[in-house]
Design a protein around this ligand. Structure first.
Ligand code: BGC
Ligand code: BGC
Length: 818
């Protein structure tokens, strides 16, 4: 029996080897099909190579392995570097100096210097640390920095020279705080706008990234004229190699299913241009190609990148991405290095990874020659970055560049150029001098919302105007411009007024998100408040201008219909004044700046249109790639269809993918009082007896931990919605939770006045469990489904500690009576 199976196995294997075409879609690139980089800048001149070779000879194997590992500052102390010879550090999106997310520039520099100092005290070969950070729309981890529009807005600006200047300004602000390297630019070509990183890409077609990439690299890195970066320049990292924007259904870290041709024609994007401009590093993507993760794909990482593309800098992995390879963990992954990854990003896993990689080199599982090759590339880049130059730190501490008047003016110019005018019926724009303007919408005076994800924190939630004292909200810009033109403006977030205004500007849109937390099921802009506000203003005879903030095009036909003018403003950043520059006319009534932005992403006709990209068969957008009205070229937009296409009975999510889905907001209550947590990462009731915090669940930061010392409750609430249709479709309220400590108390869950037992008595500590109750049953238990303002409520009878991870309406899994 056994022999028969073996023989059959051999036979099948032989057939597969003879006819690879039947083996399913390939994830193996053929270098011969790939274009060559035109003139990859010689990062490898003789002088550098001799220096590197000599240094390498003097390094121990421990020191070499250390060079290939990067730790995050939240998980390492300077003194660790006395023992562990690591080559690089990063500050992740939520990492600040000495654990302070809002540490200022002085603190950042102190922190970098403390690590450098420790590294220099270790005996042995002296190799400077390289310090990386995500400066993806300006120095966005730093309070008070100039934040530029996210790439989606810059793509609409179609201005390569602007991109060069932004790269230069970003480099100066980063260098002032001691970092040497940014994880950018993102060269993703987002093909499905449901992806939570759509806004990190310039455009849905590769041509813009190709035009931008050279200038961006030059802005960040300068021209490498002295053999290394000049002071005030930093290394760049083109990311994420490859096809991060091509994953199926727009899933973050997902799979690009497709052929090599499309990989080259679309997703190679601006990588060739980056290499030609001398980009020093390239980050491998979390995602995969036909099932094979890029971080372990030798054909791309080595054969293509080092072959036709001629790249001689080093590759860095993404956040523990190596841990996702088959047979790997975040603390052990020879496969990645053997495939061509030169530096592991091992934020919290560096210690174990260091020990295991060292053992793998010693055992020969990672050939010594491969380690030497990786270290050679890293040292080469360190030379080119200027880290060995005594005068390198000269730009450090030059804090006056941070949010300098020049940088603020540049960001404001970028905002002006990124605005795309979708509609301007009746010439409501530009706003006339002397006009009385009502500025409404909760986003109008919120720099945090205007800046989106990757702002102070990873998700960008919780950033406020106070974090950007030099910045200006969209409201403040409108107020100043209106006053300068002889008129006036009033801020009224809910749109209420006593004096009837001549016109209202309503600012609204998506709230911040990053990476997978921003993935959505469809492109519907769901919150109903802004639409109601636009309609209410219209009903009162006030013309309206909608300023829409978003990280992707969204289906907004009802809002576009309800407004007289509609401006796609993307995620403009800290210089909201750029909006007023275009919207508000000068005292002479003439526009001070015209709209020049054109869509670099197609605007959808329905919310479920699926991938919608220029050049595709059946392309039928609401507003096409390249669309954008201006004062010079006006046009009327007629009434748009208001059928979103989202099927009734589609899943409604309240807490999903680590986010409390807007418009819902979380509150906590016990005998001492209530607290509204909003978007904050932690909160406690006035007496401190009930606590709430963002924690890791089955994915990073996907959980919401709740600790009740006594009877208490947690609710998600917002403006009332009707759930009667959902009840008729048989949907249930479903919650996924984990009991974190044994309890004799009970808990109930439900919505409005209806609740049922959660089932804690049968739950075991530490295990995930799902509870559900049909909406129809909740109605029987007393919930008014016609007007639900609390779609989720959980109450405890005493001390309970649990973590919630997912709350949604979904078809009942075990339909049963109630
Ligand atoms: C870090 C980010 C990182 C993310 C990856 C966060 O905790 O702050 O920089 O991109 O984790 O999942
Ligand atoms: C992101 C990268 C980022 C890195 C470091 C990852 O989760 O995918 O874009 O550079 O974290 O923060």
């Amino acid at each position: 029996m056994v022999r028969f199976e073996l023989a059959a196995g051999v036979c099948v294997a032989a057939i597969l080897a003879a006819a690879p075409a039947v083996a399913g879609p390939s994830s193996q690139a053929q270098p011969a099909n790939w274009p060559k980089a035109a003139s990859p800048k010689a990062l490898s001149d003789a002088k550098t190579e001799a220096f590197v070779a000599d240094l390498l000879k003097r390094m121990t194997v421990e020191e070499k392995v250390g060079q290939t590992i990067q730790a995050d500052i939240s998980y390492i102390k300077p003194e660790d570097l006395l023992t562990y010879p690591l080559g690089s550090l990063l500050a992740g999106g939520s990492s600040g100096p000495f654990g302070d997310e809002r540490g200022d520039a002085v603190k950042w520099l102190e922190m970098v210097r403390a690590f450098r100092q420790a590294a220099s005290e270790r005996p042995g070969a002296r190799v400077p640390l390289m310090f990386g950070i995500d400066a993806v729309h300006g120095h966005n981890n730093l309070v008070g920095a100039t934040l530029f529009p996210h790439n989606i807005g810059l793509g609409a600006a179609h201005d390569p020279d602007l991109i060069r200047r932004i790269g230069r300004a970003t480099a100066l602000e980063v260098a002032a705080t001691g970092a040497d390297w940014t994880f950018g630019p993102t060269l993703a070509v987002p093909r499905d706008d449901r992806w939570g990183r759509t806004y990190e890409g310039y455009a849905e077609s590769p041509d813009i990234a190709r035009r931008y990439e050279g200038p961006m690299t030059e802005g960040l890195q300068g021209k490498l004229t002295n053999g290394h970066l000049a002071n005030g320049h930093i290394a760049g990292s083109a990311k994420h190699f490859l096809a991060d924007g091509g994953t199926e259904a727009g899933l973050d870290q997902g799979d690009y299913k497709g052929g090599e041709r499309e990989l080259i024609d679309i997703h190679l994007s601006g990588y060739r241009e980056a290499i030609d401009a001398g980009v020093l590093t390239i980050m491998a993507s979390f995602s995969s190609w036909n099932g094979e993760k890029h971080t372990g794909n030798k054909s791309l990482l080595t054969d293509v990148l080092r072959g036709p593309l001629g790249f001689t800098g080093f590759t860095v992995g993404d956040w523990n991405a190596h841990g996702q390879l088959p047979g790997c963990t975040k603390e052990s992954c020879a496969l990645a290095m053997n495939a061509g990854l030169d530096m592991y990003m091992a934020p919290d896993s560096w210690k174990g990874l260091y020990a295991n990689t060292l053992a793998q080199v010693k055992s020969g599982e990672i050939p010594m020659a491969r380690l030497d090759q990786a270290v050679t590339r890293i040292l080469r880049v360190k030379v080119k970055t200027g880290l060995f130059e005594a005068q390198r730190p000269a730009a450090e501490g030059d804090f006056k560049v941070i949010a300098s008047p020049e940088h603020r003016a540049l960001a404001r110019e970028a905002v002006r150029k990124s605005l795309v005018l979708l509609k301007n019926n009746g010439g409501v724009l530009p706003l006339k001098p002397g006009a009385k303007i009502l500025v409404a919408g909760t986003a109008a005076d919120d720099i945090g919302q205007a800046s989106g994800g990757w702002t102070i924190s990873w998700q960008g939630t919780g950033a406020t105007n106070a974090d950007f004292k030099q910045g200006q909200s969209i409201w403040a810009g409108l107020r100043d411009a209106a006053t300068a033109a002889g008129g006036s403006a009033v801020l009224s977030p809910d749109g209420a007024f006593t004096d009837k205004p001549a016109v209202a500007v309503v600012v609204f849109g998506e709230t911040p998100y990053a990476e997978f937390q921003g993935d959505v099921d469809n492109l519907d802009f769901a919150p109903e408040g802004p639409l109601a506000l636009l309609r209410a203003l219209k009903a009162k005879g006030v013309p309206t201008v909608a300023v829409f903030l978003s990280g992707r095009p969204l289906w907004t036909n009802p809002e576009i219909n309800a407004a007289d003018a509609f401006v796609a403003a993307w995620l403009p950043g800290t210089e909201g004044g750029g909006v007023a520059d275009v919207l508000v006319a000068g005292p002479d009534g003439k526009p001070r700046h015209d709209f020049t932005g054109k869509l670099s992403f197609s605007w959808p006709k329905t919310a479920v249109q699926g991938p919608l990209n220029v050049g595709q068969a059946g392309y039928d957008p609401q507003f096409a790639y390249g669309y954008g009205l201006s004062y010079k070229q006006p046009a009327q937009v007629s009434q748009l269809a208001e059928v979103s296409g989202v099927l009734a009975g589609g899943v409604e999510r309240f807490l999903a993918d680590g986010r409390i889905i807007p418009p819902w907001s979380l509150s906590l209550k016990d005998a001492s009082g209530a607290v509204r947590a909003g978007q904050s990462r932690q909160a406690a009731t006035p007496g401190g007896g009930s606590r709430y915090a963002v924690v890791d669940g089955s994915a990073q930061e996907s959980g919401r931990s709740l600790v009740f010392a006594g009877p208490g409750s947690v609710t998600l609430s917002g403006k009332p919605v009707s759930l009667t249709a959902q009840a008729q479709q048989g949907l249930a309220l479903r919650v996924r939770y984990r009991l974190d400590a044994a309890t004799s108390s009970t808990a109930s869950f439900g919505l409005g006045a209806g609740a049922v037992d959660l089932g804690l008595a049968g739950a075991s500590v530490g295990a995930w469990k799902t509870a559900e109750v049909a909406l129809a049953c909740l109605a029987k238990a007393g919930a008014d489904l016609a007007a639900v303002s609390e779609p989720f409520k959980l109450s405890t009878t005493g001390a309970v500690s649990l973590t919630l991870e997912d709350i949604r309406l979904a078809p009942a899994q075990q339909p049963k009576g109630c």
